[in-house]
Design a protein around this ligand. Structure first.
Ligand code: TRP
Length: 430
């Protein structure tokens, strides 16, 4: 089975709440256990700088979010879990993408437009308090995704436009420089309901209506007691429809538990009792995770080590990818200039000889063109020196090649091979 690369980032600007857990963390951890997926999860701390200028908060949030994901069962052996700012290739790729990004594309980004609209409405300069960081947000995000050639990006609906922009930038880059990037797709989790917050609106930091994921039990109980309900008295029938309490309950309950709660509503359970049941249910799921979370929070060195290991894994992909991209755009070792045929402007790579040993113990070489097509395949030689001698002769005296000295497969016409050999020879001379 072909593996699908799934990648998502978590901005390190706050403390994880139940809405994050139900809407993102829990489904992501379940998804990365599926076969045929290769998952990348990262802490988007460069993105956090766009919103937060309090260094202590950035650090604290990074620690909390890393601890949360590990405590909730993310297996760093199985997935690549890293911190964005540990991957210097990402800002470098951001610049490459910046240079193929139309400014107008960014003018149309929802978040930027919303800021401009707000300023305009307030009769201020359109760009008041808008940083270039906010403006560039989609390009940084595209670099996150394209760096690892992710196929699927699980995000909330509010992020769909960003994925579309990443596709646009990938296509723009590919068009100019060749096929380097996969065009990513947004993966919208429609079956996971968004969790309502204490006031019944979507649970969100910006509404200040969240339930922190790892609040200590007493505090959790108190916060749950604050969920908005109507004023029906104990014994009065209660509606599950539109009840934030019931919706939160549903996100943690089995179907049987849901039915039982529905019945309790119909039979007039008091709000106090319903809240108590909700607390018990949440606490039962969260309390083992809370214990691991507290353990991890007490050992930041463990998380740091884990993130360093994740960065090494991520960079094993990003570093070679970035050197290909640097080459593609023309940021090159000047000595490689000599290897470029003066007539061909775009084909930077040259044909090459590859020497290798087969399972039969013999030594072989082949000549492949820049695209990897086989031009010439040698017979087996008893030693690498023997094979090397033939290669050298072909390199030094391309015109002496008649095809007879190599009875093995010719992947191209004799003429073509001779031409390629001559081209290599000329290039080496320069
Ligand atoms: N913008 C995302 C959010 O706010 C976070 C993010 C940054 C991200 N880079 C990403 C998500 C790359 C997916 C892929 O939720």
């Amino acid at each position: 089975m072909k593996t699908t690369r799934v990648l998502t980032g978590i901005t390190t600007s706050g403390t994880p709440h139940l809405g994050n857990y139900v809407g993102a963390i829990r489904p992501a951890i379940a998804a990365c256990r599926a076969a045929g997926v290769e998952s990348f999860y990262f802490l988007a701390d460069y993105h956090a700088l766009i919103k937060v200028d309090d260094p202590a908060r950035i650090q604290r949030s990074t620690l909390e979010i890393a601890a949360t994901w590990i405590a909730c069962g993310l297996d760093p052996e199985r997935v690549t879990f890293y911190r964005q700012s540990d991957i210097p290739e990402i800002p470098e790729l951001t610049w490459f993408l910046t240079c193929v990004c139309g400014k107008g594309l960014l003018n149309r980004a929802h978040a930027y437009k919303a800021a401009v609209d707000k300023n305009t409405e307030a009769q201020q300069d359109p760009d008041t308090d808008v940083t270039a960081g906010l403006f560039m947000y989609p390009v940084l995000m595209a670099a996150d995704i394209l760096m690892f050639n992710a196929h699927q990006v699980p995000v909330g609906r509010d992020q769909i436009q960003h994925i579309e922009m990443a596709r646009d930038l990938a296509a723009g880059f590919n068009h100019r420089y060749g096929d380097h990037f996969v065009l990513p797709e947004a993966q919208i989790e429609d079956h996971v309901a968004t969790l309502p917050g204490l006031d019944g609106r979507k649970m969100s930091k910006s509404y200040d209506n969240t339930i922190p994921l790892f609040a200590p039990p007493e505090q959790l109980q108190k916060i749950i007691a604050g969920i908005k309900t109507d004023s029906r008295a104990p014994g009065e029938l209660k509606d599950t429809e539109g009840s934030a309490l019931f919706q939160i309950y549903q996100a943690f309950a089995s179907p049987a538990e849901c039915d039982a709660m529905r019945q309790a509503f119909a039979q007039g359970i008091s709000w106090a009792d319903a809240k108590h049941r909700l607390f018990e249910l949440i606490n039962q799921e969260i309390s083992p995770l809370r214990a691991s979370y507290q353990e991890l929070m007490a050992h930041p060195e463990q998380l740091e080590a884990l993130l360093q290991a994740g960065a090494a894994k991520a960079r094993a992909i990003a570093t070679p990818a970035m050197s290909r991209l640097r080459h593609a755009v023309g940021l090159r070792d000047l000595r490689t200039q000599a290897y470029r045929s003066p007539t061909k402007t775009t084909k930077a790579a040259l044909p090459s000889f590859k020497q290798y040993r087969e399972a039969d113990g013999k030594f072989y070489f082949k000549l492949v063109d820049a695209a990897g097509k086989l031009l010439l395949q040698s017979p087996g030689y008893v030693s690498p020196q023997e094979a090397g001698k033939v290669v050298k002769k072909l390199q030094q005296q391309p015109q002496a090649f008649t095809g007879l000295e190599l009875p093995a497969a010719l992947g191209a016409s004799l003429d073509e091979v001779r031409q390629v050999l001559q081209q290599l020879h000329d290039a080496a001379d320069q």
